[in-house]
Design a protein around this ligand. Sequence first.
Ligand SMILES: NC(=O)c1ccc[n+]([C@@H]2O[C@H](COP(=O)([O-])OP(=O)(O)OC[C@H]3O[C@@H](n4cnc5c(N)ncnc54)[C@H](OP(=O)(O)O)[C@@H]3O)[C@@H](O)[C@H]2O)c1
Length: 294
Amino acid sequence: MAPKLTINSTVKLNSGYELPLLGFGVYQTPKQQCLEVCTEALKIGYRHIDSASDYHNQGPSAASVPASGVPRPDVFFTTKVPKRHYPLGYAHTLKLVELALEETKLGYLDLVLIHSPYGGAENRKGAWRALVESVEAGKVRSIGISNYGIHHLEELEQYIAQLEAERGGKGKGGIISVGQWEVHPWLTRPDIVQWCRARGIAVEAYCPIVRGERFGEPKVKALADKYGKTEAQILLRWSLQRGFVPLVKSVTPSRIAENAGLYDFELTEAEVEDITTTDYSPCAWDPTVSPLGN
Ligand SMILES: NC(=O)c1ccc[n+]([C@@H]2O[C@H](COP(=O)([O-])OP(=O)(O)OC[C@H]3O[C@@H](n4cnc5c(N)ncnc54)[C@H](OP(=O)(O)O)[C@@H]3O)[C@@H](O)[C@H]2O)c1
């Protein structure tokens, strides 16, 4: 039987590092609120913060680590580089990693993801090579991608093999530790999840509570009533029990606590299945469908 999940549960990444299963997202969290809400989250017990250079708040988010008194090694901090409207590629990615180190003052970054596949093959490959070198330089511990479709993932896998051949063997092309996508019961991405699971890549689920847009769905509501929990908690529990790493965002202290109150109940396997749909219903963007040339 799988061990009972707790707020301290982690998954071991292909890089060898441990990723805490419950993540705290800061997309659209105003810069001036980040220190306060991330400190609150760390005090409650979250140990994983998901930021991005494009969120313009990685500095104040990371400042919560010393402010909370939680030791640096106990916190897993993610940022993402580059996105559509940046000049993508090798040099710019190196620059963004340096900037993230400067802004966060964390000494190293636990995880850096390529935010989306936009930018074309040469830029995607250049960005990946910059991340591989950042790991080798001790600036970044684990690397991965976000919003890649299967065609982008296969391109990356081939590029890793090419780098290994050019740079002297296994591991020299970098290791994909994490992939991040919008995932919830109305967008389960079976093909991508299967691709990742076959390679031991951890799947992070963004918009795990669908930004509240699905509250009131009868099956989820019935489970919330049955367990005396909220619909947000049911959706987060679905995510954890499907083996995902949910990244949930809130600037509201009561909700930050609520979203971590997930460990005193468990859905049955049948209940997890029952709220899973085959819909394709994103609530955010979906770059996975963009062609390789974009
Ligand atoms: N890689 C990517 O492209 C990408 C894209 C989107 C998101 N992400 C990551 O994933 C994280 C989460 O995604 P998200 O922020 O879009 O969606 P989400 O976490 O599903 O939903 C956040 C929204 O739900 C509200 N909320 C939070 N907890 C609640 C609760 N218990 N009850 C009712 N409402 C609640 C929040 O409001 P308040 O804040 O006002 O409380 C906010 O409006 C982001 O912060 C980011 O780190 C990554």
